[in-house]
Design a protein around this ligand. Structure first.
Ligand SMILES: *Cc1c(COP(=O)(O)O)cnc(C)c1O
Length: 358
């Protein structure tokens, strides 16, 4: 078999060791997973109730997700024809990439951001124009300078995974004014519900002014439904209609649609998760300042920390052996903000490491 040559440069997604494997290998009682930015408080109790009421397993889901569509349209404050649903935003990134990119086009993205933008562009055999982050933040000026008549798409992750930094409303306004109208500006707002900054852009009203804007949100993070795989994008109806052509007919399951509808009835759960997250983030900032650990202030439910003079793989391993999984990057680690108890224990472990090795 001979797959298309560009696939040979990619690796399949490699899941980390399961918590159970780590637990057994290191003889631990339990593992605290702070590696994938899941909601440490779980999800709304309404979800469990709703999915246990699903009766008929033999019928296909509603391919148009009519009920969920109605609820999301109300929640976001848009028309139903502005929405498309996907099996998590991972699939939305694939749908958008398939619809727009081929070997004759290019995509502008940031080197220090979510890896799936690049992965899907390679699969499409598009030219990739990568712009480095500047102080952990998107450099929109440099990204705009990379665009030409063959540019089809630009990815902006806001807040950014893994740094937690954000593009401000003024920065986005200036950017949208210079981006040519043939370039789709794809805003990945996976952590939208966690944001607290006053100058974080309100992108929904911008959709009326910019037909080349699309906004992506997910139920995987603050809503705590990562297991179900459900996300959505909001854009211009005519463009959404074109994306629908690429979408699989039944890409979101009955379970996922039911869970998301139930979760939308309990916004209190999301708000209390977000409030707890920002309280706990403050404790991370204090801890980092106290121990001279570099960090970026975060608008999400994770924090990026760099330990001067230490290798992030070594820190990753140190934490793993003590029952904490985090995500290592070349220049630091990304830690999901856990519950008060989990964070306190993590600080104790990290403190010992800092004191021992300094
Ligand atoms: C987690 C994440 C996603 C994927 O989320 P799913 O909806 O679970 O597929 C997309 N973008 C960013 C930036 C993320 O952090």
């Amino acid at each position: 078999m001979k797959v298309r040559p560009q696939l040979l440069s990619l690796n399949a997604y490699a899941p980390g060791k399961s918590s159970e494997e780590v637990r057994r290998e290191y003889g631990l009682d339990q593992i605290v997973k702070l590696a994938s930015n899941e909601n440490p408080y779980g999800s709304s109790s309404l979800v469990r109730e709703a999915i246990s009421n699903i009766k008929d397993f033999a019928v296909y889901p509603d391919g148009a997700a009519a009920e969920l569509r109605k609820k999301v349209a109300q929640y976001v404050g848009v028309n139903e024809n502005q929405l498309i649903f996907s099996s998590g935003l991972d699939e939305m990134i694939q749908i958008i990439s398939r619809a727009l990119l081929d070997e004759h086009s290019n995509v502008v993205l940031s080197a220090g951001s979510f890896s799936q933008y690049r992965h899907n562009a390679v699969v499409q055999n598009a030219e990739i124009r990568e712009v480095p982050l500047k102080n952990g933040r998107f450099d929109l000026t440099a990204m705009a300078e990379q665009m030409d008549e063959k540019t089809q798409l630009v990815w902006i992750c806001n807040p950014n995974n893994p740094t937690g930094t954000y593009v401000t409303d003024k920065e986005l306004d200036a950017f949208l004014q210079v981006v040519p109208p043939h370039v789709l500006v794809a805003m990945d707002e996976a952590y939208y519900e966690y944001v607290t900054a006053d100058d974080y852009p309100d992108t929904i009203p911008l959709l009326d002014r910019y037909e080349n804007l699309i906004v992506m949100r997910t139920f995987s993070k603050a809503f705590g439904l990562a297991a179900f795989r459900i996300g959505y994008a909001i854009g211009a109806p005519s463009f959404i209609q074109q994306l629908e052509v690429v979408r699989l007919p039944f890409n979101t399951s009955v379970l996922a649609q039911t869970a998301a509808v139930a979760a939308l009835k309990d916004i209190d759960f999301v708000e209390s998760s977000a409030a707890a997250n920002s309280r706990e983030l403050q404790k991370y900032y204090e801890f980092c300042r106290l121990h001279n650990i570099d960090f970026y202030p975060s608008q999400a439910n994770f924090i990026f920390m760099s330990f001067p003079g230490k290798k992030s793989e070594a820190i990753f391993q140190y934490l793993l052996e003590r029952g904490y999984t985090v995500r290592p990057f070349p220049n630091g680690i990304r830690v999901t903000v856990g519950t008060e108890e989990q964070n306190k224990e993590l600080f104790n472990i990290l403190e010992k490491m800092v004191l021992v090795t300094n």
